[in-house]
Design a protein around this ligand. Sequence first.
Ligand code: SF4
Length: 2019
Amino acid sequence: MSHRGATGSHEHDGDGAGIMTSMPHDFLTKAFHTLGINAPMEHGHYAVGNVFMSTDSNERQQAQKRFEATVHDAGLTVAGWRRAPVFSECLGPVSAGGEPWVMQPLVVCSGAWVGDVEMHRMLFLIKKRIRPVVGYLCSLDTKTLVYKGLFCPWQLFEYYADLKDYTYSTHFALVHSRFSTNTFPSWERAQPFSLCAHNGEINTLRGNKNWMRAREGLLKSDLFEDDLQSVFPIIDESGSDSAAFNNVLELLTASQAFSLPEALMVMVPEAWQNDAHMSAAKRSFYEWASCIMEPWDGPALFAFSDGRYCGAQLDRNGLRPCRYYITRDAQMICASEVGVVNVAPEKVVQRGRLIPGRMLLVDTQLGIVVDDELMKENIAGMRPFSQWIEQQQIRLEHFESTSDDILIDDIPLSADCRMAAFGYSAEQLDMILGPMALHGKEPLGSMGNDAVLACLDTRVVRLPYEYMRQLFAQVTNPPIDPIREKLIMSLRCHVGPERNLLQISEHQAHRLSLDSPLLTLPQLAAIRRMAATKYPSWTTKTIDITFDAALGIDGYVAALDRACAESTEAVEDGCRVIVLSDRLVDDKRAAVSALLALGAVHHHLVAQRQRARVALMVETGEARETHHFCVLLGYGADAICPYMAYEVLAKLHRENVLQDHSIGELVARFQHAVDDGVRKVMSKMGISTLQSYKGAQIFEALGVAAGVVDRCFRGTASRIGGTDMRGFAMAALVRHHRAYGHHVLGDEGEYAWRAGGQHHVNMPQTISSLQDAVRRQNADAWRQYTDAAERAMEQSTLRGRLELHGGQAIDVSEVEPWTAIVRRFCTGAMSYGSISMEAHAALGVAMNRLGGKSNSGEGGEDAGRSQPLANGDCARSAIKQVASGRFGVTSRYLADADELQIKMAQGAKPGEGGELLGTKVSAAIARTRHTTPGVTLVSPPPHHDIYSIEDLKQLIFDLKSANPRARVSVKLVSESGVGVVAAGVAKALADHILVAGHDGGTGAARWTGIKYAGLPWELGLAETHQTLVLNALRGRVVLQADGQLKTARDVAVAALLGAEEFGFATAPLVALGCVYLRRCHQNSCAVGVATQDPVLRSKFAGLPEHVVHFFQYLAEDLRVLMAALGFRTVAEMVGRSEHLRERAGATPVGIDLSALLRPAHSMRPGAATRFERAQDHGIKQRMDARLVPQLLQALQTGKRMDVSTDVHNTDRAVGTLLSYHVSCTKGAEGLAEGSVRLRLRGSAGQSLGAFLAPGIAIDLEGDANDYVGKGLSGGRLAVYPQRASSDVDNNVIDLDGAATSNNVIVGNVCLFGATSGEAFICGLAAERFAVRNSGALAVVEGVGDHGCEYMTGGRVVVLGNVGRNFAAGMSGGIAYVLASNLHKMCNVESVGLVAVQGGEEARWLRRTVERHAELTGSIKARNVIERFDELLPKFTKVYPHEYRRVLEAEAEKEKETETQAEIILPPALADTVTSLVDIEDAMVDDSQLAKRVQRLDKLRGFAKYRRRTDAYRPAHARTKDWQEISARQTKAQLQVQASRCIDCGIPFCQSSSDGCPLGNVVPKWNDLVFRDRWHDAFLRLMATNNFPEFTGRVCPAPCEGACVAGISEKPVAIKAIEAAIIDHAWEMGWMQPRPPPLRTGRSVAVVGSGPAGLAAAEQLNSAGHLVTVYEREDRIGGLLIYGIPNMKLDKQLVARRVDKMRDEGIVFVTGAHIGATGRPAADLLQSADAVLLATGATWPRDLAIPGRQLEGIHYAMDFLTTSTKRLLDGQPGALSAEGCRVVVIGGGDTGNDCIGTAVRQGARSVVNFELMPKPPTERAVDNPWPQYPRTFRIDYGHEEVVAHWGNDPRQYCISTKRFIGSSSSGGDSNSGRVTGIETVRVEWTKGDSGWTMQEVAGSEEVFEADLVFLAMGFLGPENAVLDELCVERMPRSNVKTAEGSYATSVPRVFAAGDCRRGQSLVVWAINEGRQAAREVDQMLQRECGQQMAVGFSNLPVSGGVLCLEHFEPILEAEVEVKV
Ligand code: SF4
């Protein structure tokens, strides 16, 4: 069994081994007597044990004295000591370093024999009392003796000479070998313990410990009486999980309350909750047991003995193998494997295995094997448990109210302040809460979580939940499948007071039983009424966890103290239920976080030993996401009533947002979604029952201060410190203040980037710059990319807080070349299926060109990919992944890899399986994955061949056999403890370890998993590197980091923290075109990356060279960094973390990253700190290796190979290495059948025939262990009992077809992931047979639990009974089962049970059974054949629904193809399926359109429907008036347009860099319009934009240029939707004046009433300040009034808006020439608290050429102003174009407005000069998306000229040389009025220094002109007011402010808009006004002190987000906070 254990860095350093035997009386008597210790030693009347003592003799003597005194105090005597003789020389260095002095005390009665019970009572007290003082006591008992130590198993007998003494005899031996992966190995942690040994892991340990501590307050024992107090704590905190289990087991048995089997039944119960077939008595026992203790949950096989009983108990999942033989001479040999002891086959009478949840028990006194069923029924029958449950247990339905009413107030949701107070966001409603209530499931997300860590977020207020990261199982303890294996999971819990654990009584069952931890409002109300109704003793105390907000932080902390004190009082008063409630939140009272309150109270009660006396419930408005509930439960909540979430649903229902279901249904679905979510989170940690999960604290705190952890989350890992209680208090106060001061429901970009919101690693700038850089090899763009990416990292990640430093810089030329560096790079595991073949292959080609590695992902890979392409490229993935789904994992696939990567966990969703929707499973993908097209593929969360580190070690062994050339990598995900896991993985002989971060991308996962599982790789990598170095294991493995690596800096940090290779996933994908749509799971990726839709795939524009360029740039950057640090190679950098330090001031208060930065090389000097030598996989010693020469010869000669040999359980993976050679030589085809035959005899080791290739057959006569035929790839296996076995004849069949034999011949997980081939098993297979079989044929004679689970193909014939959960998740293939229990055991969720048809199907079945008989000699098979016709009706065909549907559809299609040449779709269907349909084109009437709108396809709308903007009125008609030129579309038309919005993960349209400067939340309002929720759309729009009626008309819509749909189609007509929303709002009367509720008393003067001034005024007024706007013109509006003609913006709209603002309290003063001829600016500054200059850039650019002084030459703005005044005032103006030949010089909007105005005024002709060339019709190469497209466009003015004169007015490349005039006196062309313009054509050429212009000789031309308008832009602001205020200016004359600020050089004077920014768009001006207002507000708030004195503004940043920019500094300064 040594192959199952671990060896450390030295081959003599094991992880621990030991043995428990019965007391070797003869031996000990002799041994003690030899020492002269002659105390009487009557067998069973003395105790001996091994004690690990100090090697220091003084200390040891002291300890011995203390030991003797303790023994004496207990009433016994130490008769003498004996040193156990040991052989220390056999120890390895680590083991020897901690070697103890092993002493054996002989403990006897002081007087007469006291009896067995009393003796054991005293021994128990001694063991508990001496624990801390004398050393470690392995055991001290009268019946058993334990020897153990830090050994490999073989050293146990070398070390302890006693064990080799021939007089040492025992009637049992329990041997354990440890493979440590959750704690460091030590002498003490070796096993067995005093009662048991444990193979597995207790996942619920923290909870079990806490609950035991809590229970101590209730414990009483008649046996121990007052002595009981002296044994507390029951659990030794320093011990391992197994030791803790042993502690409790010892208590239960020593107290005599439980027998050993009873105690085990209580602690490790069967999965009784969902087992309908369990007897009522046994079920009642378990139900009673669940009232007294939660299960100790996790994968576990316990072997135990108390000297009389020996046995083993398997956990409910059965995740550990346990096989046994019973022999004729009454021996039982039970072990993890068969074959560990040689037994002659004829001696074996039974071969069995332990079934999940069952106990194997031998009573050595009676000499019998106790039947599990009988024994448990006996125990269950010993007391009337059923009656106890019935009479005592309280169930909610006993008193629950039937009403499901939710009482809600009248306040609309949008005005409900509590939502903001509890931190709700609009995004959560849309993305999480709404979908959960609608669909009963948590929604899916994709592409991982790249948002800023909560502890680093200085912008947005975060809840404490967001700091808690879910831990998950990897390697040592597998996750559970919460869907397919739900039957072993349960949310049922008993709450309320427990009773004395040690006194079995009916009162223990008197608890409240809840089926779900989520309470509805009526349920909570009913619980509160319990005392008043049926249960008078069940009093409830509600503890208010709100506090007076005016008390600030102190109030928060005091509320926590009060809650703890009140909880103690409540318990002392006899309360049975405590409800922590934040119901009283209102404008005065803020709430303590329910999580912190719960954690504090729970731990307070645990510490007081009161927790077990009361149920602790939470009534909170805070919890609404699955994660929130999980955290609350994990920290001890018994039940949660999320009243606010329910009320929100009710209000959403009332407001017709969720109107399709009743409120009751919505609540039920929401609860269902939460329950499922909780199950999923539990399952990730391998926990089956909520009872065990509750309080188990399976979280790591990321960024929480030690004080908070100690108080609320005691025992939780928090490695980097962080936010303290003051911080959390402040956050709560800020939320509360904001909610009640200025209610805005946040929308902060939590799930996806949005402008102004939470920082994300991926954002518009990084994506667009990267694509530009790699496509055009644009170095500038690369620099922009790295700058943006590094900024993003600084803001969002831990590594961003670090900087590189130190070292002696060298010249970069000395650094290794980039071509060497890129060999260390690889791309992430993205499967073909999740991404398109185009993208997948491009990655492969790129990485092969570079010499790096691409990763196949888990979808398999066609062999054709390995063939070179015509140009010499190769698209093969060097890394082949082996994941839980095992799709396409064949011998050929494995043989063709350079690296085989075992995916233990995935960064974005550790602990979860993947899912590929049927829509993405195309024929090609199905072929690659060996599945059926169209059938959804689900990967199970665990690898079914890895349930322990031993299993992982075996898989590594298998893979190394399947390809000895490839290195085997294990992919882990960062979490606390990953270092220890990695050490185990290194000991398991992995060659390579990948530590992935939490933030990696993924195709699809539930948001809870994406956001809250896993930790940053920085933590995991540092921990792993340090641990490996400390254990001298680092040199054996290559270490890789992966997770959102973007830049050379990231790579440098990873290298310095210990990585030597680097994985990139999203960055190369972005280089290929990914734009982070986050809809990978929907098959609708618009850029063809993550889709299988042929139309969308055709849009893929990526090339391998893009990826190559990316890595080249990156490697070159890295070289520069390396040179600066003085490193010549990456290898030199690895682990040199002394070159990293925290950036000064970068890390938020409390965060300490120093633990990460401890250089590992200083921890264990001399140990390897990077990969040095390859692991020794012992390939040459394998059986296969001996056979390979024969095989190679056979391959050469073509002769058959036939070998017969004995086989042992140490011969593992037999046939796998041979298959490798076959696959390498013959490819996937393999050999012809019968080419190679191995005839084996004996007990085969694990993985017999794994990945067996075609042409190889293995016949095994004997039995085999786990994983027979794993990944079977075309070979054939036959396993049958040895002919001499006594049990063979048992294998017959009864009339019902049930197996009568329990002859288990093969172990667990056989045929897992088989893809083809055959297996014939003559006997029973254990658990999980043929899981994920996708193509093999198997015949077996009975299977254990979970047979055929997840099967997707192939055929399985079962001639016998099946275990539970048969066919769960089976989506393909067929099973034929002859079993009497199938209907009982089959999971029919995805399969149907149908009769077997006659005909071909029956004939096939018969032939198959005949073949089975022939190959295995099966008696049962012969039996079946003999009675085939009789038995045929008893066969059941297990037929997956989806598979059947697809097969039938295919058959139907074939038929149709034969009969029909062409299918003509009915017209009604045609427009829904044809791509690129313009729905309006087929529109008939409104009702039809409405119907079609309901059918709109929002997933592919961008490609299906046409872009439609607001249409202009006909040009001829519109130029006759001054009305607006365009007309709005109908609502239905706009809904169609809105359906084109992709709702991208990164909405580029929102980005201020290229999209909307305001950060308008375009996708959100598009979505709301699509859903016909116009009012909500209006609210969303107004949150970011003050004046959408202006921007919706005049904005040039950069958002549309950045629209993602525009990459491959036309962009969405965003502007049209925006204009329609606001117009509709005005029509509906939603735009009403809303004066601010409070006035601050501060005043602001705004100079200028253009868009910036107006926006600032409105914002400042809304913040409560008194605002006066000064305008020099006669009307308010500035540019909006006089700069834009009426046909573009109706002036009534401006006036309407100004009126509304006036009604809201803003004062407007017109004709106010501030600082010029009017009021002095200084006067203004004196009278107002702040002055905001928004005077615009009105100083027009002139054209200083000859003739400029002529009459008729005007600035464009003068013309437009005059024109508008004329229109508004009805007065004829002096300046008119009527009858004139007009020339407009300059383009742009102003030029076009001049054209349109001139046309309307009746110009004779209009010409427009443009100096620049005519723009291209499509984007130029240097104008890539998402930049504003500089393309040729026909604006309204141009169109009107065309309509009037037939030609476009624009002349390009034309330079104006001179104005020609006609003097009134005649003759002088330079005076008088302009008559013409002399021009010349120019040519533009681009050189290195930019564009140059040259005049074209001979191109001179004169244009006649009567009027010339200069529309060449503006130079800057006018000076008067600036001069007067002495405001500093920039060289280009605009106002100078600091970057990102609006404050000028003059205190209290601010500037916004064009006067600051320079000439720009209206939308930019509005944004300037908004942001300047925010800064002014911040200043005023700080000064006025009416707000919380934190100096933040309630005005939002761009994107409408409230931001905390000034929060942190105030905290640092510890400013007193007052409301
Ligand atoms: S304001 Fe302009 S850029 Fe912003 S969404 Fe509207 S049209 Fe687009």
